[in-house]
Ligand binder design. Sequence first.
Ligand code: ADP
Length: 534
Amino acid sequence: WEGTDFPWTSDLDEKLHSVFKIKELRPMQRQTMNATLAKEDCLLIMPTGGGKSLCFQLPALVDKGLTLVVSPLVSLMEDQQMALEELGISSAILNASVGKEREKYVQDDMVNPKGKLRLLYVTPEKLAKSKRFMNRLEKCYGINHLARIVIDEVHCCSQWGHDFRPDYKFLGIMKRQFPNSPIIGLTATATVSVLEDVKKILNIPKAVLFRASFNRPNLYYEVQNKPSTAKDTMDAIHRLINRRFKGQSGIIYCFSRKDSEEVASDLMSRNIKAGCYHADMDPKSRSQVHRKWLSGDIHIVVATVAFGMGIDKPDVRFVIHHSISKSMENLYQESGRAGRDGQRSDCIVFYRLADVMRQSSMVFTEQTGLGNLHGIVKYCIDVSRCRRSIIALHFGEVWDCSQCDGMCDHCDNQKNRGTCAMKEDVTHYCRDVITILDAAASTEQRVTFVKLLEALYGRGASSLKVKSVSVPTMDKNQAERILAHMLVSGYLQEDFHFTAYSTVCYILPGPKAKLLRNNIARVCLDVNAVGGAT
Ligand code: ADP
């Protein structure tokens, strides 16, 4: 699809320069525009900031008829509309809060053969809930022609994705209602299974897939072990900021609203200009924090995932995850807010098993919640591979690690400190863990992660009442590493129980535990050694 000899090519190039003032297209933009102008359904997967919008805004000027854009967030639509207005392109927004008069004006323009509107932005709710609007669209389809249907953040269709929105399911009828209008779905985050699901839901089985690389060469990926107390963690974050990001702009993502408040006030008490942002704050205080951050009055926003879509500050030098995200998609998306200007920026996760347990009790009710969570745990505990290779694999891309060039902690350690990954056989520890769980089960005791951990590093054999079993001695960090590995590899599994006040997570032997009981499996952990193997 990269050809430059299509009937629309000269018009497209001319408008690219004269209207958008852009010199040349970026990877995948021409292909996507050619396919959609040839009336093919297509899906474009491109990292945030890659330039997805141009792929429908420019065709909207080349083609006759109206381009319908379905987008989940009004703030995103408003940003785009403002940008289009500056370029002299006529667009409108219809959502729940638009007044009747404005709505009528827009709808009349839609069905007027001489209408001026090139792009119409709507929320999925508007489509799903307003019959009148759908009728107008159909009329427009007959009279004024509906050039194409754009579905932004198209992963929201799929329950397998990280951001499912029920109203997106409704979009399946668009292909039936408007069979001759090509659909173009845009997203920054889609795994193979999400894409397959999206194609089914939207009834576009033959959609052409365009995928721009996920690699962001200027982002440095790193995972640090999170200390076990809140104070030690804050000391570590404070040291990190002072050493590497003093006075620079950044985001710290936290697990909960409470965490974000505590982290923000801790940083402020250490004279760091920080502000807090979460969904419980009133919109005015939220936008105040956002504005102060944009203008540089504060350096760091400490936030929950509510600080998300639509954030477009070019010089974010670091994104720290104070606590693990709930999936690789989330991590990629949240980290991806760093370094939009192309300058080096760091994405650092503070990882600790206790946080995994906190997350798992939140996500286990989601269809693929635990699988997604285990995916990111694997990313955090794997010290044997380039971090980019794990990200690439997750998004179905093949990655040549030599291209990382020291831009993740693993490759940096290898390149600049001469470390190499070695294997440590921990089979006997893992077998002991299963023996402890079996012994506990035989006396009808339920075991939480905390109890199991305590048993393993020597304190809790008595509290678990499994005296007949000899408990191995390991230090706490080692015990945590082994348990995390056992969990994501299927030797252990979580078992959730609801109580009146909370959800309790117990640990059971997993589907692969019998391989340990029968002495079939060998479990090795990767460890980093300085100076190479001896
Ligand atoms: P996305 O939707 O993929 O996150 P946008 O469509 O918002 O990204 O584009 C990000 C920025 O890149 C915008 O400022 C846009 O004008 C700019 N842009 C898009 N395509 C090009 C291009 N070919 N050359 C230069 N700038 C571009």
